[in-house]
Design a protein around this ligand. Structure first.
Ligand code: SF4
Length: 379
């Protein structure tokens, strides 16, 4: 194993799904089995070529990584280990209920994945049907129990709220049931109706009611309340964890630390440069590595400061004034004086000697604050 080289978060995108969900606008393809083997080989080659970078966390996401045989996913983690991923490092694999069973979960755990992120989305069948998910609530619960039996002691579940027609009471039931399943980590996302998706089209045509943003805000506040009383720490705008179970890989993103994304449409951030790989699957597997890059940009000056401030504010503990000043030579409170004093006056931000953090109201209106911090406004 390599013990030198710059430490990076390693994300690997598996863009395959059994069937497209009705709200999805991620880069994912249903079918395409003929590409699997070649895609795996390209990823393995890219992992071998990571040096001198060394992965300190691994996150295999999608898509649905678990449409792949466990043996493929095992090859990825083996390659990551050979590239320097430590034995105790966090290694997450995303899984969708309905694509895993006891055997696959046991193989994944044995191959070294120590964190499972289950795309539960809801514990209610009517919501799962609305979203076009393949699984039922019973299958989701079963997958979680099987993951426990396989030895996964660090499990995240994703929950979506703000669905068309969803009431606050229905969301409470949904979340209470999810908490009965006792995951170590929970991510709650507000449904975003992306133009062109079948679900957005149904809403546009009036076949489904338009989601109510005020009701979604009430759901978010309810989630904060229920999760806090169940002993979860709210550590990022959309993420809660039992003490000690915050996702180390995702923390790298919010702390602006370097990461490498492999696979179609994956982003990397290294040495102040961000670049994205092509979203075109055929190009990805056929072209040499340099031509897999679809765009790159330098993140410096005002943009680098804005991104660091925005990502830092996403963390519930807030943005460290000292760390920001050490990195950029300026106190963020002075840099964003106009935006921050407006936000503080509106009760959205708290500023003290060491940190700037959102209030609960600020967490609901974070985008309004970020918009006022944009580089052209920050000067
Ligand atoms: S499983 Fe995830 S990536 Fe795949 S279609 Fe559904 S939402 Fe999209």
């Amino acid at each position: 194993m390599k013990d030198q080289g710059q430490c990076v978060g390693l994300y690997i995108h598996i863009p395959f799904c059994r069937r497209r969900c009705l709200y999805c606008d991620f880069t994912s393809f249903s079918g395409h089995r003929r590409w699997w083997q070649r895609y795996l080989q390209v990823l393995l080659q890219e992992i071998r070529e990571l040096s001198p970078l060394r992965p300190c966390t691994l996150y295999v996401g999608g898509g649905t990584p678990t449409v792949w045989p466990a043996a493929y996913l095992e090859e990825l983690i083996k390659a990551a280990r050979a590239a320097g991923l430590g034995e105790g490092a966090e290694a997450t694999v995303e899984a969708n209920p309905g694509t895993v069973g006891p055997r696959k979960l046991a193989l994944l755990r044995q191959s070294g994945y120590n964190r499972l992120s289950l795309g539960v989305q809801s514990t209610k069948d009517e919501n799962l049907r609305l979203l076009g998910r393949l699984h039922t609530a019973q299958q989701a619960h079963c997958a979680l129990a099987q993951a426990r039996a396989a030895g996964f002691a660090n499990i995240n579940i994703d929950i979506i709220y703000g669905l068309p027609g969803q009431s606050l009471a229905a969301f409470r039931e949904d979340l209470e049931r999810a908490l009965e399943w006792e995951p170590e980590h929970l991510s709650a996302y507000c449904l975003s109706l992306e133009p062109g998706t079948p679900l957005a089209e149904m809403v546009r045509k009036g076949l489904l009611p338009e989601p109510d943003p005020d009701l979604a805000a009430d759901m978010y506040c309810l989630a904060e309340e229920l999760l806090a009383s169940a002993g979860y720490e709210h550590y990022e705008l959309s993420n809660w964890a039992r003490p000690g179970f915050a996702c180390r890989h995702n923390l790298l993103y919010w702390r602006c630390e370097p990461y490498v994304g492999l696979g179609v449409s994956a982003y990397s951030f290294i040495d102040g440069k961000r670049f994205a790989r092509t979203a075109d699957l055929a190009s990805y597997v056929r072209l040499p590595v340099a031509q897999r890059i679809a765009f790159s940009e330098s993140i410096d000056g005002a943009l680098a400061m804005f991104e660091a401030a925005m990502l830092g504010l996403r963390l519930v503990q807030g943005l460290s004034r000292e760390a920001f000043a050490a990195r950029f030579g300026v106190d963020p409170v002075a840099l964003y004086a106009e935006a921050f004093s407006w936000a503080a006056g509106e009760g959205l931000l708290e500023v003290d000697e060491s940190r700037v953090r959102f209030t609960q109201k600020g967490r609901l209106l974070s985008n309004e604050v970020f918009a006022r911090m944009l580089p052209d406004r920050a000067g």
